[in-house]
Design a protein around this ligand. Structure first.
Ligand code: ZN
Length: 327
């Protein structure tokens, strides 16, 4: 491990961000210096308990601090064998990866003066916004997307497929997103340390966004639930049919049922796709309104009555003129 950022990305998704002093001393000193300068590596509070270096059972005791004759602090633990045992100060030191500092530097690298907002402490940050492909997109940084408690983080990232999410580890499987997945950008491949400054390969990310948009376009129909797909299909089929029906069936249904709502319900049942009462109202309005439709219906019913009476008479006449049945 020689690249300073490589160290950060490897530790970024560790549940604990604390590091022992011995671990940090194993890193290349230039990397430690660089990480300290960037603010990515910070000294954390000292440990307050330590194992006894002298006893085989390595009993753990609380660390006590005393000022030595030279004014320097010295650290001890009580020990049943040796009364007290001194612990080297370096063995008590701890370090931490400052993930907030990483988020702030990334925000500045994406847009100068870019503002970084914490969404969930130590887990999710908004690094700014970009408008790519004609779409405004949130740029986010997430930790622990594959941890068992990731539900709330995933909910906050959302399923509109428009966000960009930086992650340190491999991209999580697409099925963790309830709807359309965001563009997931790998920090190790997109972020560099060049001449002491953090840079983000925006051109590469833009290509990733295009790929993710294309994949989401292809995914959109199957991203619908079965119920949604059925509704979409019915609506599309209904639109085609409605355009060919004209106003007649709507006006007739209104005439028959006497209310927009009842007419719409009856037509929905008849056609097998949803018909709104507005559609009925519009058709009635085009025919000159309720009064005109009712007048037309009345005269139609008069015509029907006359016609049916005439048919009845003809039927009677026909039956009376039938030749007598032969026995
Ligand atoms: Zn001891």
């Amino acid at each position: 491990m020689t690249d300073a950022l490589e160290i950060v990305w490897q530790l970024f998704d560790s549940p604990s961000l604390l590091l022992g002093h011995d671990e940090v001393t194993r890193w290349p000193p230039p990397a430690v210096a660089e990480l300290t300068r960037l603010g990515f590596l910070r000294e954390a509070v000292r440990v307050d308990h330590a194992a006894c270096p002298n006893c085989p059972d390595r009993h753990v005791e609380e660390v006590l601090c005393r000022s030595g004759p030279d004014g320097q602090s010295r650290f001890y633990i009580p020990c049943p064998e040796n009364l007290r045992v001194e612990i080297a100060a370096d063995n008590l030191r701890r370090w931490m990866i400052d993930v907030d500092a990483v988020a702030r530097r990334l925000a500045s690298a994406i847009a100068p003066g870019g503002r970084c907002t914490q969404r969930t402490a130590l887990r999710l940050w908004r690094l700014g916004g970009v408008a790519w492909q004609g779409v405004n997109r949130d740029v986010l940084l997430a930790r622990g997307l594959d941890w068992p408690d990731n539900g709330e983080i995933i909910r906050q990232i959302g399923g509109n497929g428009r966000s960009l999410v930086f992650v340190a580890g491999p991209a999580p499987p697409a099925h963790i997103w309830p709807e359309l997945p965001p563009t997931v950008v790998s920090l190790p491949s997109a972020v560099r340390l060049q001449a002491g400054a953090i840079t983000v390969a925006l051109a590469d990310i833009c290509a990733l966004v295009q790929d993710a948009d294309a994949a989401n376009q292809a995914r959109r129909p199957v991203a619908l639930s079965r119920k949604q797909q059925k509704r979409e299909f019915q609506k599309a089929a209904g639109d085609v049919l409605k355009s060919k029906l004209g106003d007649d069936p709507f006006v007739q249904a209104y005439d028959e049922h006497g209310s927009y709502r009842k007419a719409a319900a009856a037509l929905s049942k008849k056609f097998g796709f949803p018909v709104s009462k507005d559609k009925v109202r519009t058709a009635v309005k085009r025919r000159g309104g309720v009064a005109a439709v009712m007048r037309a219906a009345d005269s139609e019913s008069v015509r029907r009555t006359v016609a049916s009476q005439r048919r009845d008479r003809q039927r009677k006449f026909a039956s009376s003129t039938q030749p007598p049945q032969l026995e």
